[in-house]
Design a protein around this ligand. Structure first.
Ligand code: HEC
Length: 175
């Protein structure tokens, strides 16, 4: 009789553990079948290609002498996009030595994302909820793409081309 009840307890604990493991995630990983999340990922990818291409082209063709950095133009543009209610973008540092202190990873998402990117991931995303609305947060790698980057970022002088020195982070509403 005692053996049976002990078995019963093991069985219930076992079922409970299986039940807990089947519960939906607490907003950390995106559900692959969620079409709205997939659309937001696609939109983020498009923005990432657009902003990175623009910043690299501006750096290549327009940044000469003491012209302002493309990062400064980017920040002005992202401020407008945020004010118009579209999305939020930040250019953050991955080296521990940003030119501008406010570009250090600011919250838990950005800090974790930088660790993963330095470990070799090209991008990281997470679904978050704020005031009952869902948002997709994404961080994508910013590598040293040309020697010219180092003219304003002297602390990267020994960083090889292609290595992560920062990330672009995005917050888009999931609609
Ligand atoms: C003309 C100078 C200049 C060049 C060239 C330049 N940057 Fe920057 N970069 C800046 C300045 C200035 C900031 C800080 C802007 C701010 O926050 O106001 C910055 C900020 C950054 C940041 C955020 C971390 C930090 O240091 O504040 C990253 C990442 C970055 N740049 C990457 C790059 C990459 C990659 C390249 C090459 C494609 C590049 N930069 C070329 C001047 C430059």
């Amino acid at each position: 009789m005692k053996v049976h009840s002990a078995r019963g307890i093991f069985l219930s604990v076992g079922l409970l553990l299986i039940g807990v493991s089947l519960l939906p995630g607490q907003g950390t990983k995106a559900d692959k079948s969620d079409a709205a999340v997939e659309r937001t990922r696609k939109q983020t990818k498009m923005l990432d290609d657009l902003y990175k291409t623009a910043i690299v082209l501006i750096t290549e063709h327009y940044v000469k002498g003491d012209a302002p950095a493309a990062a400064v133009a980017g920040k002005l543009l992202w401020k407008e996009m945020k004010a118009k209610g579209h999305h939020e973008v930040r250019l953050i540092d991955a080296t521990g030595d940003p030119l501008e202190a406010s570009n250090a990873p600011a919250d838990e998402f950005e800090k974790t994302a930088i660790k993963r990117i330095l470990d070799g991931m090209a991008s990281v995303d997470r679904i978050v909820e704020k005031d009952g609305k869902r948002y997709l947060r994404t961080a994508t790698i910013v590598p040293v793409v040309m020697e010219k980057c180092k003219s304003c970022h002297p602390s990267w002088k020994d960083v090889p081309k292609g290595k992560a020195v920062g990330a672009l982070t995005y917050t888009l509403p999931i609609e």
